[in-house]
Design a protein around this ligand. Structure first.
Ligand code: AMP
Ligand code: MN
Ligand code: MN
Ligand code: MN
Length: 277
């Protein structure tokens, strides 16, 4: 079992097609792959079944919890579920509206062309990553980091706050679609230890069933702490690279510390509703 249960295709802010992701997954020897695009569910359903890699239906949904943006990965979902699809449609609409508002702010400071740039992308869920790509391509920023800092990050000139569904609604929609809700990269939120504990409690109470304890560049202490947290709250453990782009050489499919022997006893693939598509 070698599973990567978190990555992005060009239907959100990844750089590669789902076919290329499956190809790469085969090259690095993965047995299972979940493509978890931001607020978009259908990357995997468009692919033919692969002999070498089992595909797990997945999504990563942005949500709101106490003024903090939290990401929840949903795995093993029924991709035809109506309410989940309706919720994702609303999130994609919110993303388009946010994009238009960022475009208006950029135009006010003399930067034009964002709408045209975005219109020619394959993305079904448009993100600030695409805005950053635009700003770099057009020579307004030297790097994606700088584009976030100067323009679209919280203190940027063209920053527009996001309007996401609540954590409770997102976890409920995933669970109602027969999926398993996983709290994504818990160590990446700017939360104190006690606040993270409250988040995990709330997530569990909402019906969340797993923590992503093993992900790209998680540090070993953090990983140990997350495993303890998962055990304490009786949650399954999940793993994934959060891979977006092969040009970013520090990330790749399958690149994250594996679950240790103890963690494997609570691995998400032991969940009763675990299945591939
Ligand atoms: P959004 O969901 O539209 O707010 O876009 C956020 C996406 O932008 C994330 O999924 C990351 O892939 C990317 N991102 C966020 N912050 C940064 C940053 N500082 N530098 C580069 N990419 C970032
Ligand atoms: Mn992303
Ligand atoms: Mn995320
Ligand atoms: Mn992600």
């Amino acid at each position: 079992m070698k599973a990567d249960l978190h990555c992005h295709s060009h239907f959100s802010d990844g750089k590669h097609t789902p076919e290329a992701l499956v190809q790469r997954a085969t090259e690095v020897g993965l047995t299972h792959l979940a493509i978890t695009d931001h607020d978009y569910l259908h990357a995997t359903s468009k692919l033919p079944a692969s002999d070498s890699v089992q595909l797990i239906p997945g999504v990563e949904i942005s949500c709101q919890w106490e003024n903090q943006e939290i990401h929840v990965v949903g795995l093993c979902l029924d991709v035809t579920d109506r309410s989940l699809n309706a919720l994702l449609e609303r999130q994609q609409q919110a993303r388009r509206e946010r994009m238009a508002a960022m475009d208006a702010k950029l135009q006010k400071i003399g930067i034009v062309g964002l709408a045209e740039f975005v219109a020619q992308l394959p993305a079904q869920a448009v993100t600030r990553s695409h805005v950053a790509d635009f700003l770099v391509t057009e020579g307004h920023s030297k790097s994606l980091q700088k584009a976030f800092k100067r323009y679209i990050g919280k203190r940027g000139k063209a920053y527009v706050p996001a309007q996401w569904h609540s954590l409770d609604d997102v976890v409920a929609a995933i669970t109602m679609a027969n999926g398993i809700a996983v709290l994504a990269h818990p160590g990446r939120y700017p939360l104190s230890k006690s606040k993270l504990d409250t988040l995990v409690k709330d997530f569990h109470q909402a019906g969340g069933e797993a923590l992503e304890t093993n992900y790209g560049n998680v540090d070993p202490d953090e990983q140990k702490r997350l495993q303890d947290l998962a055990i304490h709250h009786k949650l399954y453990m999940s793993q994934g690279s959060d891979f977006h782009d092969s040009a970013a050489h520090w990330t790749d499919l399958g690149k994250f510390p594996p679950l240790n022997t103890q963690a494997k006893k609570n691995a998400i693939w032991l969940h009763p509703r675990w299945h591939s598509s």
